[in-house]
Ligand binder design. Structure first.
Ligand code: DUC
Ligand code: ZN
Ligand code: ZN
Ligand code: ZN
Length: 476
């Protein structure tokens, strides 16, 4: 039994002084300060005076122990990646299981779970399943996902020949997902259009890292968002657009919503603090370290994303943590197409979000919604995760609002050998983190016996009926 006492407890609805009573890893009550009663007199007491008590962060977009381009494994596995997560206040991640070509889904997921568990994660973890150009047999296998605790699939409109699915495959998968209540995550960039722009850039001799972004302009993203949303409307599926990076893409999300589509949207921490100007005129290696897809956009796109986080147009803030070592993995000395796409960020996400509160961009409650509550709901993890309420897991972050944190690869917990945010100072510091009532971070440092992360089965939304063709007449 534990009492987290004297802090200010934050939920999407309220910020108020309260004590949190924890028993057997679960919150049993949130009471007025000092209101625990005599039965709790002997409980362990964690002093949260002067601290904010937030629900543990829920990051539904990470790539740990994942192989890209056939051979390059991300710098973090489930040990180092989740160490970084909890050190930064994130107690739950949802990562990706990508079956090999022809591998049965159930076997792939069993293997994924075995590998993740063997790495003894610090955080609790679940899996989305990645589909690449699924055939009829692969679609039939989706029926098993709810029983395996998977409530979402992910498909790519980018990376032709590697990850991309064509529109027909995406529509068929969305139809099946709609029947099963699965959320459909889509990486929305027009892969074929990008290939044309890349060919043109290379033919003109443009090889520098900033051409990665210049060959993936916002229209390639906005077009794909529009197409994904349209296909989702035809299928009656719930769509979740990952890593929305531009105002143009966001406008397509909002347009689809006003037409009645169930479109959810996420942005990622790097799009809130990086912009394309940071790659210009930089040493090639530093610029390569900022390469991700979609790319960092303009300063005005960045402002628009903050606004949308505030007004709810963007519901979720994830990290898309996908780190590659600058030395040996990113590949900086060839043309920009060889640079591995992806950035570390799982450890910085929560404080980047909090910096937005410190700057007055949105209220604290809204931040908690975007980094914990809403991602937990959409990922099928609520009411267990993402909330501080009776019955929820006691995943708690004690954040010191008076302190500052300077991000650096010298002190971070990712195995990546660099950080896109090197030297950046933000408001707040993560002091203590509890996972299911157990302290995993104390005084800002990992607790040596704290590795107790578990697999999280997730629950699909109730099955939706196929939409009648009359209802989607506009799209025929
Ligand atoms: N984009 C990245 O930057 N990394 C992982 C995959 C992706 O789509
Ligand atoms: Zn992606
Ligand atoms: Zn990703
Ligand atoms: Zn450390």
């Amino acid at each position: 039994r534990t009492v987290v006492a004297g802090g200010t407890v934050v939920t999407p609805a309220t910020t108020e002084p309260a004590d949190v009573l924890v028993e057997d890893g679960v919150v049993v009550a949130v009471v007025a300060p000092g209101g625990a009663g005599p039965a709790w007199a002997g409980a362990e007491r964690i002093d949260a005076a002067g601290l904010l008590v937030l629900p543990g962060g829920v990051d539904v977009h990470t790539h740990l122990d994942a192989v890209f381009r056939g051979t390059v494994r991300t710098a973090d596995d489930f040990e180092t990646g989740t160490a970084a997560a909890v050190a930064g206040g994130t107690t739950t991640i949802v990562d990706f299981c990508r079956p090999e070509a022809g591998e049965p889904l159930a076997a792939a997921l069993a293997g994924w779970r075995e590998r993740a568990a063997a790495q003894r994660p610090w955080a609790d973890y679940g899996a989305h399943v990645i589909l690449v150009q699924p055939d009829a047999a692969a679609l039939d296998e989706l029926d098993a996902l709810p029983g395996l605790g998977v409530s979402s699939i992910k498909m790519y409109m980018a990376y032709p020949g590697r990850m991309m699915s064509d529109d027909g495959a995406i529509l068929r998968a969305m139809q099946r997902a709609a029947e099963l209540g699965l959320l459909v995550l889509v990486h929305a960039e027009n892969g074929h259009a990008i290939d044309v722009l890349v060919d043109e850039a290379l033919a003109a001799g443009h090889v520098e890292p900033e051409w990665h972004g210049r060959t993936r302009p916002p229209l390639t993203e906005a077009e794909a968002v529009h197409r994904a949303a349209t296909l989702a409307r035809m299928a009656g599926a719930r769509l979740y657009v990952v890593h929305v990076s531009s105002a143009a893409a966001l406008a397509e999300v909002e347009r689809a919503r006003s037409a009645g589509a169930a479109v959810h949207a996420e942005t990622c921490s790097h799009y809130l603090v990086l912009d394309e100007s940071m790659l210009e005129g930089r040493p090639r290696e530093l610029a390569a370290g900022l390469v991700c897809s979609p790319p960092a956009r303009s300063a005005s796109d960045r402002e628009r994303l903050w606004q949308a986080l505030a007004d709810g147009g963007l519901e979720v803030l994830s990290s898309d943590h996908c780190p590659f070592a600058l030395h040996g993995q990113k590949i900086v000395d060839e043309d920009f197409t060889h640079i591995m796409n992806g950035l570390p960020g799982v450890e910085q996400r929560l404080l980047i979000a909090y910096q937005g509160v410190a700057e007055g961009r949105y209220p604290l409650e809204r931040m908690v919604e975007a980094v914990s509550a809403r991602p937990a709901e959409l990922a099928g993890l609520a009411p267990r995760k993402g909330a501080i309420r009776a019955g929820a897991d006691a995943d708690l972050v004690l954040l010191d609002p008076a302190a500052r944190t300077v991000f650096s690869a010298r002190t971070h917990h990712s195995a990546a050998d660099y950080l896109p945010y090197e030297g950046m100072a933000v408001a707040g510091a993560v002091r203590r983190v509890l996972l299911r009532g157990r302290t995993v971070v104390a005084d800002g440092e990992l607790v040596s016996d704290g590795r107790s992360g578990r697999y999280l089965p997730r629950t699909p939304a109730p099955a939706a009926a196929h939409p009648q063709l009359e209802e989607i007449g506009e799209t025929r």
